[in-house]
Design a binder for this molecule. Structure first.
Ligand code: CU
Ligand code: ZN
Length: 367
């Protein structure tokens, strides 16, 4: 079928919204009519050409939500009409990682997905008769997409899809970091570095876990205001003295839990240093630049601090994303303030410009 999609033709150039061909879903695959899609940093990062593993042409987008339109052969997990959130981090339920409660890094389709192919090593997208690769296994800057059934989370149809799409990436990543990866204990003191989508999600996650004190550190007073709305009890403008300020606030000890959601290795270091001796846990969510390293004084670790990383908040997508969406519907998570701009597919490049200008938290494309 012919669909309209935003194609990255060349790195460093605006996306070109145009007609592309989308083939029918193969075995184990599903055709999804996309309704909404968030514009995320990873899309812009790939479009810029800085990501060494990026490829073009491709249809970008990975924060999608929509409705199942058609099923490929042998699909059992979904039915036509189901409302779904796309998962760049799938859950096959069978691989050694899916069977372990210790990780969410499903191994089933990783290699093909990283190279831009569906699990059988081919693509459903083509442009002018030439096969075109999928982005993050999702390619959701489009009217429709074909994805493996294991990479779609079935959600409550009551959830508005223009909000639900945020659970496909940034928001879930932050919520999960606090709820799943760190499993923040009630009564704790938490510090979140960064008040973008992921950091704000982490603030909300700490609140949901019953943290007593949630400090948010960021460079923008407006974003810190949003952090207050998500449950931050204290906010602080970031700078070289952040660690000292946090130690002062905590009787010289540091926080029970710290979260880094900026991608800056200097901030990651601060997050480690702001964690409490004895048991402080620093969770790193940000993606650093290629080749960058994190400097940690080993003495900090010997005296009981721990550092861990979190990908997609440690969430097993098909189980955990629907549960988070239900918590949103129950009024526990306030999603509306994150949506700062609404755009059409044709305005997708405007979404990148807004992000570059650090204007707002999320632009949502209405497809
Ligand atoms: Cu993302
Ligand atoms: Zn798996």
């Amino acid at each position: 079928m012919k669909i309209r999609a935003a194609v990255l033709e060349d790195f460093g150039r605006p996306l070109v919204v145009q007609e592309v061909d989308l083939a029918e879903p193969g075995p184990g695959e599903v055709l999804v009519r996309l309704v909404a899609c968030g514009v995320c940093h990873t899309d812009m990062y790939t479009a810029s050409g800085v990501d060494p593993s990026g490829y073009a042409p491709t249809v970008l987008g990975h924060e999608g939500a929509g409705v199942v339109e058609r099923l490929g052969e042998g699909v059992t997990l979904l039915s036509e009409g189901d409302h779904v959130v796309t998962l760049f981090s799938p859950q096959c339920g069978r691989c050694v990682h899916c069977e372990s409660p210790l990780t969410n890094l499903c191994l089933a389709i990783r290699e093909q997905q990283n190279r831009g192919y569906l699990p059988d090593g081919t693509t459903r997208l083509s442009l002018g008769g030439e096969p075109m690769r999928h982005f993050m296994g999702t390619s959701t800057f489009a009217e429709y997409t074909v994805m493996p059934e294991i990479a779609l989370a079935k959600i409550d149809p009551e959830a508005p899809l223009d909000r639900a799409c945020l659970f496909a990436c940034g928001l879930s990543t932050g919520l999960g970091a606090a709820i799943r990866t760190a499993a923040v204990r009630p009564g704790s003191t938490c510090v979140v570095f960064g008040a973008g989508m992921v950091g704000l999600g982490a603030v909300a996650g700490c609140r949901l876990q019953g943290a007593e004190r949630v400090v948010c550190v960021d460079l923008s007073p407006e974003r810190l205001e949003l952090a207050r709305g998500q449950g931050a009890t204290d906010v602080m403008l970031g700078g070289p003295d952040s660690v000292e300020a946090i130690l002062e606030m905590t009787g010289g000890f540091g926080a029970d839990y710290t979260f880094e959601a900026t991608g800056s290795v200097a901030v990651m270091r601060q997050a480690v240093e702001a964690a409490r001796m004895g048991w402080g846990l620093c969770t790193v969510c940000g993606v650093a630049g290629k080749g960058e390293t994190l400097d940690v004084v080993p003495r900090l670790l010997i005296t009981g601090r721990r550092v861990c990383g979190s990908s997609f908040g440690g969430l097993k997508g098909r189980e955990d994303v629907p549960a988070l969406v239900s918590r949103y519907l129950a009024g526990e998570i306030d999603v509306d303030p994150f949506i700062t701009h609404r755009l059409t597919l044709d305005e997708v490049n405007r979404g990148f410009e807004l992000m570059e200008a650090q204007d707002g938290i999320r632009s949502v494309l209405e497809l």
